[in-house]
Design a protein around this ligand. Structure first.
Ligand code: MF3
Ligand code: CO
Length: 284
């Protein structure tokens, strides 16, 4: 977490052009995923369809084979159901010499789909949590809170703005939406947003809450910076643990979690969301 120095890659207009294409491809995959998500569909079905769609568009999956802590991620998507926060592994993927177990989506679940695509060397990264059929009202509200927190953060993006303003806006939006009925939400701290470009994860880190450490190490936003903003909000505790598969992050109290993410560029006078769906059927 401690960042003594930061190496930030500000993108030229030429680079941004490629990142726009990567972002549009991510949005197209999400459009397909939204159309497919329903009771009975399996995580393996979604992962394979996403891979086929990327190939058809001329994109490469960002996550497949991506190495974190010496382990290569075995799938195209991260699919995290209910109490799974992030990095859930879809079914029918080869991992540790075996196929991962496939799982059918069930009515009432929430499923987070995280997707990254590379186009001409540049990454786009976006996540959305979708309801499977009808879900409990407090869980539907959790999705709204997390999506609105993402957008509260996005709206702070402009040249001269600060990273701490983005983080505070995300945290503030979650807290603003709490009441007696909802109780206190957990904002995940161990996983944060990130710069993005020729690498999936670049500097700076983009936390979803403000802290003395962030204020000490704040960053003034400049045109050409591109970040993936990705709040993870839990119905209960903010605390998480990782399952024995080495990837799947779950809430400690087994309550549901939501995750929304967009890739956003700092423009001359504000922001541009590179992973926004153009068809008007925006889910996030
Ligand atoms: N959106 C996630 C992130 O930025 C996805 C990474 S999954 C990994 O961390 F497997 F590729 F690490
Ligand atoms: Co990300």
């Amino acid at each position: 977490m401690l960042q003594r120095s930061r190496q930030i890659n500000y993108k030229t207009d030429r680079e941004l052009e490629r990142m726009r294409v990567a972002g549009r491809m991510v949005a197209e995959v999400h459009k397909l995923m939204q159309a497919m998500v329903a009771p009975g569909v399996t995580t393996g079905d979604l992962n394979e369809a996403a891979h086929a769609k990327m190939k058809e568009m001329g994109g490469i999956p960002s996550f497949l084979g991506y190495v974190v802590g010496g382990k290569a991620y075995p799938a195209v998507l991260c699919i995290s159901i209910d109490d799974e926060v992030v990095h859930g592994i879809p079914g029918r993927c080869m991992y540790r010499g075996k196929l991962t177990p496939d799982r059918k989506l069930e009515e009432g679940q929430v499923v987070s789909i995280d997707c990254g695509v590379i186009y001409q060397g540049y990454h786009g990264d976006s996540a959305v949590t979708l309801p499977v059929g009808k879900v409990a009202p407090e869980v539907q509200e959790l999705l709204t809170v997390c999506r609105e927190a993402l957008w509260a953060g996005i709206r702070k993006i402009r040249p001269g703005g600060k990273l701490s303003e983005v983080a505070s806006a995300i945290e503030g939006e979650v807290r603003r939406r709490e009441n007696e009925k909802t109780g206190r939400y957990g904002i995940v701290e161990e996983y944060v947003g990130h710069g993005i470009g020729t690498k999936l994860h670049e500097d700076p880190q983009v936390p979803n809450f403000c802290s003395p450490q962030l204020l000490r190490n704040d960053l003034v936003l400049k045109k050409g910076l591109v970040v993936a903003i990705e709040p993870m909000v839990n119905l209960g505790t903010h605390k998480t643990r990782t399952l024995a598969d080495g990837w799947t992050v779950v809430t400690k109290d087994k309550k549901p979690s939501a995750h929304f993410e967009h890739t956003v560029a700092v423009t001359d006078d504000g922001f541009e969301v590179l992973t926004l769906r153009e068809d008007g059927g925006a889910t996030h």
